[in-house]
Ligand binder design. Sequence first.
Ligand code: ADP
Length: 387
Amino acid sequence: MLPSPYNASRELTLGIIGGGQLAKMLAQAAYRLGLRVAILEHGADSPAGRMTQLEFPEGWNSPETLAAFIRASDLITLENEFVGPEVLDYIAQYRPVYPTPETVRRVRDKLTQKHTIAAVGIPVPSFAGVETPEEVLAFAQQHGFPLVLKTRTFGYDGYGNRTLATADQLPHAWAELRQRLPAGGLLVERFVPLQKELAVIVARNRHGEVAVYPCVETVQEDHVCRIVYAPAPIPERLRRQAQELAVACVEAIEGVGVFGIELFLDVDGQLFFNELAPRPHNSGHYTIEACYTSQFENAIRAVCNLPLGSPEMFVPAAVMVNLLGVRSGSGIPDSVLPALRVGKAWIHLYGKRESRLRRKMGHVTAVGNSLEEAYRTAWQAAEGIIW
Ligand code: ADP
């Protein structure tokens, strides 16, 4: 029987694999719901690890630490998809794990993920798994340039991607991605001429009950998400279509938990699936302040098999701005005072020890009667954090 936080003799402990900002915001929601939190991470003093006495900083490669983390937890979820499915299989022998190892297997490798999603009829840009540069050229003959070459695993914030305008760029891009990930094949796909990038968060519990958040627009800077506009400034018909696609994606992987689905809107107004994350997603941070139930709270409700909360926004508009590292060095800003003086913005600093160029160090959310109003407030606060 799946443990419930509300019929046990003691507080239920939610084990989270990963200790970054997503785990920190999950833990904040878990504490509010009366749960305890255990954190498994490679390294001490992570943003979430330092919030709990149940910190397991030797990571999942240490059998003793993994066993202690399992003992400390009543059920287990994850904040990133970098943990191997074999580790999840091991954990699942002892504790419920959501999303399940099967779901994580379907999405961890971007090639398997795209096959799974395409198989249920969701539009996906033409793609192929490739083992050699010659196979990329064969794909290009069929689909033309530009195209996008990607690592199948461990890609994030564009680190595993190269866009190729011509065949000349292939040897260099291939070598760079190989250096990043020496083993395993790569993925090649058609370059989609983008009108906008969209995202939808979906929570789904074990009964199959689903909560779908509004479709948002994400704006990337150098492949890293910089701004999120909620709701996306596109026709209502497209927003609804995006939500329907997102739910179909989560059902295709039999997902339990919370999922971030990234979509492309091309210049002709067509929607395509890009990728899916089996965890809370950067495009859903605005839900903390702008929706009745945040993505983090619904992630917890979903994995505990509790009724889901309403994903609806209770304000007309919200904007989130990511605070990206501008230097290498301390993760503590020099001043936050000008941002605090803005007054109507919510400031989240993740407490990462070290900053790096483009690293996500925090975010700011503001709401308003219009996207313009929310944007002005959020941007003013983001600029008021001095690094
Ligand atoms: P990551 O896992 O690093 O986030 P994505 O596959 O989401 O990688 O790609 C990162 C960004 O690169 C996307 O948000 C988009 O801006 C761009 N991109 C990726 N694939 C394509 C594509 N097929 N066509 C056009 N742009 C793309």
